[in-house]
Design a protein around this ligand. Sequence first.
Ligand SMILES: [Zn+2]
Length: 262
Amino acid sequence: MRSATFRFYAELNDFLPLPLRQRDIPYEFSGTPAVKDAVEAQGVPHTEVEVILVDGTSVGWDFRLQGGERVAVLPMFEAFDVSSLLRLRARPLRDPRFLLDVHLGRLARYLRLLGFDSRYGSHADDAELSALSAAESRVLLTRDRGLLKRGEVTHGYYVRETDPARQLEEVVERFDLWGAARPFTRCLVCNGPLEPADASQVAERVPPGVREEQRTFTRCRWCGRVYWPGSHHAAMTRRLEGLRRTWEGRQGGGGPWPASAG
Ligand SMILES: [Zn+2]
């Protein structure tokens, strides 16, 4: 048996058993395994890794371990500048679009509420999800590490939180989406874009009381569903208010958020 010493940094430790976090880990192997296999064998999906340093030099996924190396594994969103190092992953998607695993339906609705293109189907299997993520250049969001280990997945993220509202904050934070939100521009049900519609166009889809009260309507270009201020679920509106306050606290006011969510 040969061995190398691994150290995983920052949030990559989330994937390690508690006793192995934030410390040097001796990793034993036979033959000359690719460093990618050694990383994933320790439980860390390749989509979470940005840079690997072997004895201080950045290497690619196919680097073969010989024994005796010190291996530093750095996460994709590590704050320091890695531009001079060999990146293992494609650059972050500029205008992030998401594909959500089957158990993340609530998160999909929240992301749509903020205007982010978020595809979700409740019946897709792992092969379909990974193929679709690659074909449409969508960031695959999941709580299934096995899914992120599939080779086709180039942009994926393991969602840590279990509560959907906290998941939303987590994703907005990690993908730095604070300034990119366009609330109430996307259909919560089908992900279609919303477009303005006047009262005469939406008459048969809106209850009479609402028709008299409201002047501004939007309609989903794909499924025809009609929205108006107040038609979004109250709890979702409150969630959006919480996010807006957080955003304003960071930016010192302003931003893309409507003055009164509804
Ligand atoms: Zn729709």
